[in-house]
Design a protein around this ligand. Sequence first.
Ligand SMILES: [Zn+2]
Length: 96
Amino acid sequence: MQNIQCPFCHHAVIDWSEEQYVQPCAHTLFIAMDLGFEYISDEFESTMQRTVDDIHADDENSNVFNEISKSSYPEFSVYKSDLGVEGMYRYLGFAN
Ligand SMILES: [Zn+2]
């Protein structure tokens, strides 16, 4: 499993040496997998059409990447990381 760094401050936002491996920095908008969100900033969540609780409650019909795409947040980059399981990814969003 690879650590994943923020492209701006190079903080390891996924750090496998930590017990809590999700370590968001100030640029991190969200960290999600196809199965659900691991982290989301309040600011980013407020720009989505549905809340994370709604998305998780309706997980059979929810597609995390679609939900991210429908955000009205002005400028952000999404990085896609292979989870090592076919067709499953982790998505990391950073403010531009
Ligand atoms: Zn950062």
